[in-house]
Design a binder for this molecule. Structure first.
Ligand code: GLU
Length: 530
């Protein structure tokens, strides 16, 4: 481990072109499940490279998650790298927010801006010197050249192409400047950028998801800018340089970058570096095939966290629509995602996300949390906090905040609720505050309200251990037979009203078990004496 880390440090300090790229395992069978590559931990090194332009959204979460589970499955390293080369789009605080949300989601990076690591810095704007040296190495070898074309000229080229209904592309004019011309322009202090010379005849590569691919980039685009006038790199240079110096072995990223990969491979070739393996993840789309809308703010993790969704439900839903598994299956835990994931099973068709199914995913994971003793205790505390927040000033009985009571509520409602916070909605207010119900209200349901009340009070004298939903259901059935003219359904309606002030909700027997004998008696007595 220490040796590999030292090697990485050395590589990061060495001149571009000189360091042997860790790259993918040489000789790896294309298309085969990649084995552990030569990362610092002995396993593969993968990275999630978001641009800090806003909150982390579900598309980003999915990319991060696939990288995370790939790394963990192969005992590798998951890196968060902040790609802020387009400074005009940087949103202050966004990078920290993204790292926080990865922590919240339970997929924390091993190396990141917040945690540091042997291949840092992990923010591109702090690696400018490295890109500068890489650009200089390409200039020296002739793989790149300085371009002095003015913005006005580029604009004219653009307009002209559009007028002729062509895709705008740079005409590579500055490729042909002689060294003397370059020196002269530099001495005049003219602004310039560095462009990469795109060579024809790219070699095909085998994408882990899309299979064999190649894009003759030189035929469709002009030579791309790799270093801007202000010394900042563009994405293409920065990602190649960083993936190399960070020892990235596998690049799992969005399919929008598939067409750029040939260009990146040309860069690797120009540097003399071994490239990583690439796997492109199909787009994540709405259920109807439309683009996921970030604008409505409805796909940001912060929103889901605020609305009370469990991170596991989000991980589950994005992997269920995104493939990578033998079969679709709801309710996978992160451990199961890691053990069952196979990159070769990711399909090339777009992943359709049905957010309407999210509550159901959450219900399944919430049920699992309630069933787990340790996780249940966390839910108890969370629910106590919610109760205080929502009912703090109305709640009459401090007992409702006791662990035992809150735990009972959770166990009895397990499987029936999708969100924990629904337990503090008005439908469940009876759990936390006493309802205001009058004798008259009960009597409109049945003239035998007093008799029914007395019978139920009798039922409640039995030992607490006998207060189970099954037992009570039976008892309530036989109790109804002792009434003269009240139907079972009316008796239930009456009791439900007396206990909860509501006309619907959990079964009366469940309400009784939840509230406990003393509270049930208190509520019935109070209603009948009002
Ligand atoms: N910064 C790029 C993005 O936000 C990452 C692309 C990559 O992973 O190479 O899409």
């Amino acid at each position: 481990m220490a040796r590999a880390v030292r090697a990485l440090r050395r590589a990061a300090g060495a001149a571009p072109g000189a360091a042997p790229g860790p790259g993918a395992a040489p000789g790896a069978e294309p298309g085969a499940e990649p084995g552990p590559g030569p990362g610092a931990s002995g396993g593969p090194r993968v990275r999630f490279g978001p641009s800090p332009t806003g909150f982390l959204h579900l598309g980003g979460l999915r990319t991060a998650l696939y990288n995370y589970i790939f790394a963990k499955k192969h005992q590798g390293t998951f890196i968060l790298r902040v790609e802020d080369t387009d400074q005009s789009r940087v949103v202050p605080g966004a990078a920290e927010g993204i790292e926080d949300m990865l922590d919240w989601a339970g997929i924390p990076p091993d190396e990141s801006p917040g945690r540091g690591g042997p291949a840092g810095p992990y923010v591109q704007s702090r690696r400018l010197e490295l890109y500068g040296r890489a650009g200089a190495a390409l200039l020296a070898s002739g793989a790149a050249y300085r371009c002095f074309c003015s913005p006005q000229r580029l604009q004219l080229l653009r307009r002209d192409a559009l007028r002729r209904q062509h895709t705008p592309r740079y005409d590579n004019r500055c490729r042909h400047l002689t060294p003397a011309e370059v020196a002269q322009k530099l001495s005049q202090g003219l602004d310039c950028v560095v462009r990469f010379r795109l060579e024809k005849g790219v070699e095909p590569f085998q994408d882990l998801v899309y299979g064999w691919n190649k894009h003759e980039v030189a035929e469709v685009e002009g030579d791309p800018v790799i270093l801007k006038g202000d010394g900042f790199p563009t994405y293409h240079l920065a990602n190649v340089v960083d993936d190399h110096y960070m020892g990235i072995t596998h690049v799992l990223r969005g399919a929008e970058w598939l067409a750029s990969t040939s260009k990146h491979l040309l860069l690797y070739k120009a540097f003399g570096w071994e490239p990583p393996r690439f796997g492109h993840l199909p787009l994540l789309l709405n259920k109807d095939g439309g683009k996921l809308s970030k604008r409505q703010g409805d796909i940001f993790l912060e929103r889901f966290a605020r609305d009370g969704f469990l991170p596991e439900a989000l991980l589950d839903i994005v992997t269920n629509c995104g493939s990578g598994f033998t079969e679709k299956q709801m309710g996978r835990t992160l451990e199961e995602l890691i053990s069952q994931f196979e990159v070769g099973r990711i399909t090339t068709h777009s992943a359709l996300l049905d957010l309407e199914a999210l509550p159901e995913f959450n219900r399944i994971h919430l049920t699992r949390h309630i069933e787990n003793q340790g996780l249940r205790q966390k839910l108890v505390r969370e629910l106590q906090g919610l109760v205080e927040l929502v009912y703090g000033d109305q709640q009459v009985d401090p007992d409702v905040l006791e662990d035992e009571y809150v735990e009972r509520v959770l166990l009895l409602r397990k499987g029936h609720i999708s969100l924990l916070k629904s337990l503090v909605s008005s439908d469940y207010s009876y759990l936390w505050v006493r309802p205001l119900v009058s004798r008259q209200q009960l009597q409109t349901i049945s003239a035998e309200a007093d008799e029914i009340g007395k019978l139920v009070l009798g039922l409640m004298t039995r030992p607490a251990a006998a207060l189970t939903v099954e037992e009570l259901n039976k008892d309530l059935r036989s109790l109804q037979k002792q009434t003269r003219e009240t139907k079972y359904s009316s008796m239930m309606q009456l009791l439900r009203l007396a206990l909860s002030g509501c006309q619907h909700g959990p079964s009366v027997a469940e309400m009784m078990v939840t509230l406990g004998a003393e509270e049930v008696c208190g509520r019935i007595r109070r209603a009948l004496s009002s």
